[in-house]
Design a binder for this molecule. Structure first.
Ligand SMILES: [Zn+2]
Length: 691
């Protein structure tokens, strides 16, 4: 089954992953919000009714942990960031039709209703499970209160997420070698009663749903693998105070990922209530009226694909709601080729960008058109300058300004002439390209349609040289009339990405109506009389870029130095820190402890991937005395055929573990993110002890 093409006669809703009310916004966050804003505006340009809604995510352990550190209530802590976000987004022309938060009354009420429906439909059961427990504080350790080893890939992980390894959601009790983040103590596991959502029963539905789902390919392919591996039921309660109470239970709150996506529904309801259901009907969009629902489009970061393609559609389906039409998952943002790190200040903060005096539409343009939606996007000030000076100043700004200046001086605005067929055809082709791109959720290509049309305009005016023609002549009027229509069309098509700049062009051209509300047929709207225009964009000079680069570098150095001064780093932000070296461990071990490690030279006899595991390989390693089966996280990083016969270094007396049902009996030592395998330089035979 495929979806009906946009525009349909049902309302659409575009959402963006909720910002977590836990810190300042930076350009890494803005990528998603600007892309979703542009997508929403683009969909409306096709004549599709649409609302763009979002809200702050106020619950969960990181907020509770940070609020406790600050000595304020979680609500006060989260509200502070919520208010800051609500103020910041419009500064980047990210205009939500409604911006709520997960702790407000609407969301609390609708979340309870979802849970009650899940219960009524028989999808909720109770189970005794082992939860991590801090023996010193005598309290449970939900989610971020515990860290340890991912049972799937062996990487360091947080209680509910393998954020540095395979990216999986982790259920309570799954993490190995749990350590309390409250006290640093080894955590115990204790039995507690919790509520489970029987997601596994919905595996068949979810497979079919994924076949229908539109959006980016990563949002379809990853969940298919998870379903093939076998879905686990989902623990939806936590031993905590902060959150939405589980209906009828005093000491349990709902897991933050239950009420977070429900905010999409709640925020839509708030919008609907404000404008009236006649104008926008939230019950129709979410299928609460018994119908098929509207066009639900989720824009998210690629780290929350599982939540939006497994848990969320399962919840919607089980409660009788409509399902998402599309999930579009963006890549991350890097700075100068390195991971963004808020703790190391390797970030460009939203406020910082604005303080530099740059127009928000420039950043919007960069973030939405720089690379493919799914790919990671690198930000450098040089490339920012290049894109602004090249495409915005050189192509769009230059064309619009020279056409309008000439028109104002020679015709007091738009000359009296019909637009030529050739130019109409070019405009229509650009509209076609735009519409096709939007149907593919391809914001970058939609933006290209506008820039390429401006490029055509530049070539057109260059070819026809109106300044060589007799002033006021019909020939001259014709060329200028054509150019002004192209400028009008450029304004319409670039509006989703550069809304404020589009409005400036529209106003300067003196076209009737509102460019934001205009649909693509407005490319034919007639410009009127006007005076000499102002330049649309300003060139960024080289020395400005040098300054910005120097300031960024200094900032990163300062932050790194600060960090080294501290005895220990507290709450570490681990957002893609791979480029940085880990600090040395201060605690020394004695020689006996080292002697306790039985490290041997080994030779890889065979290597094969483990089905269903993205990263894991099963190795047979000859360590002289015997041959060991060892599971190693190297599947994606090495050509498994090529490493057979290679000598490696093995920690032989590591306790046995089972990974993906495969027993692992030792560890092959490897360096860094790329798992560079350690080996010997000379001819030490397998079994030789390393000391
Ligand atoms: Zn993992």
């Amino acid at each position: 089954m495929s979806h009906e093409e946009f525009p349909t006669d049902r309302p659409a809703v575009v959402t963006c992953g909720l910002p977590y009310a836990n810190g300042d916004l930076h350009i890494g966050h803005l990528r998603g919000y600007t892309a979703a804003d542009a997508l929403h505006r683009s969909i409306e340009k096709l004549g599709q009714q649409s609302a763009y809604v979002c809200g702050s995510d106020m619950h969960g352990t990181p907020i509770a942990v940070n609020a406790a550190q600050e000595g304020v209530s979680p609500e006060a802590f989260a509200t502070r960031y919520h208010e800051q976000y609500a103020e910041t987004f419009p500064k980047f022309n990210v205009e939500f039709d409604n911006y709520g938060h997960t702790h407000d009354e609407t969301n609390t009420e609708i979340t309870r209703e979802f849970v009650e429906r899940l219960e009524a439909e028989g999808y909720v059961y109770e189970d005794e499970i082992m939860v991590a427990w801090d023996p010193q504080e005598d309290q449970p350790l939900p989610d971020r209160y515990v860290e340890g080893t991912c049972p799937y890939c062996g990487e360091q992980a947080r209680g509910d997420e393998c954020d540095e390894g395979c990216g999986r959601h982790l259920e309570p009790g799954e993490i190995e070698d749990p350590v309390s983040t409250l006290t640093g103590n080894a955590a115990e596991y204790r039995e507690r009663e919790h509520k489970y959502f029987a997601v596994s029963e919905l595996a068949d539905y979810l497979s079919e749903f994924l076949d229908r789902l539109e959006g980016t390919s990563n949002a379809k392919n990853q969940p298919r693998e998870w379903i093939e591996e076998g879905l686990q039921d989902w623990c939806i309660t936590r031993d905590m105070d902060w959150g939405i109470d589980y209906p009828g239970e005093d000491d349990l709150v709902l897991y933050v990922w239950v009420d977070a996506p429900i905010e999409y529904v709640s925020s839509t309801k708030q919008y609907s209530e404000r404008v009236g259901a006649d104008e926008y009907d939230w019950e129709e969009v979410w299928g609460r009226d018994g119908g098929d629902g509207g066009e639900i489009v989720h824009v998210i970061g690629r780290d929350i694909i599982q939540h939006h393609t497994i848990f969320w559609p399962a919840m919607l389906h089980a409660t009788g709601h409509a399902e998402p039409r599309a999930v579009c998952a963006t890549g991350f943002v890097t700075i100068d080729g390195k991971g963004l790190s808020t703790s190391r200040n390797r970030a460009i903060w939203a406020e910082e960008y604005l303080d530099e005096g740059f127009h928000p539409d420039l950043l919007r343009y960069y973030l939405t058109t720089m690379g493919g939606f799914q790919q990671d996007l690198d930000f450098t000030w040089e490339r920012f300058q290049e894109r602004v000076n090249g495409e915005l100043v050189g192509t769009v700004g230059n064309f619009v300004y020279r056409s309008m200046l000439f028109a104002a001086r020679n015709f007091d605005g738009t000359p009296d002439a019909e637009v030529s067929d050739d130019v109409r055809e070019h405009i229509d082709a650009a509209v076609g390209q735009f519409r096709e791109a939007v149907k593919e959720y391809d914001v970058r290509n939609a933006g290209d349609a506008a820039v390429e049309l401006a490029q055509f305009g530049n070539e057109y005016i260059q070819q026809h040289e109106p300044w060589q023609l007799e002033d006021g002549s019909d020939e001259q009027a014709q060329v200028i009339r054509d150019c002004l229509q192209v400028a009008t069309a450029v304004a319409v098509l670039i509006e989703p990405i550069c809304p404020e700049k589009a409005e400036t062009v529209w106003d300067q051209l003196n076209v009737d109506g509102d460019v934001h509300a205009a649909e693509t047929d407005a490319v034919d709207a007639e410009p009127g009389a006007f005076d000499e225009p102002d330049e649309l964009f300003e060139k960024i000079e080289d020395d400005r870029v040098d300054e910005l680069d120097a300031a960024l570098e200094e900032k990163i150095e300062d932050a790194t130095a600060d960090e080294e001064d501290e005895d220990e780093t507290d709450e570490e932000d681990t957002e893609m820190d791979e480029s940085e070296l880990e600090p040395l461990i201060d605690d020394r071990i004695d020689f006996d402890t080292f002697e306790g490690l039985d490290i041997r030279v080994g030779r890889i006899e065979s290597a094969e991937g483990i089905d269903g595991a993205d990263k894991l390989a099963r190795l047979e390693v000859d360590i002289g005395v015997e041959t060991r089966q060892i599971v190693a996280g190297i599947k994606q990083l090495h050509d498994l055929d090529e490493i057979e016969g290679k000598k490696v270094i093995v920690l032989a007396n590591l306790e046995q573990a089972e990974l993906f049902g495969v027993e692992s009996n030792g560890m092959v030592l490897a360096a860094g993110e790329q798992a560079d395998l350690l080996t010997t330089h000379e001819d030490a035979e397998p079994g030789t002890k390393v000391r």
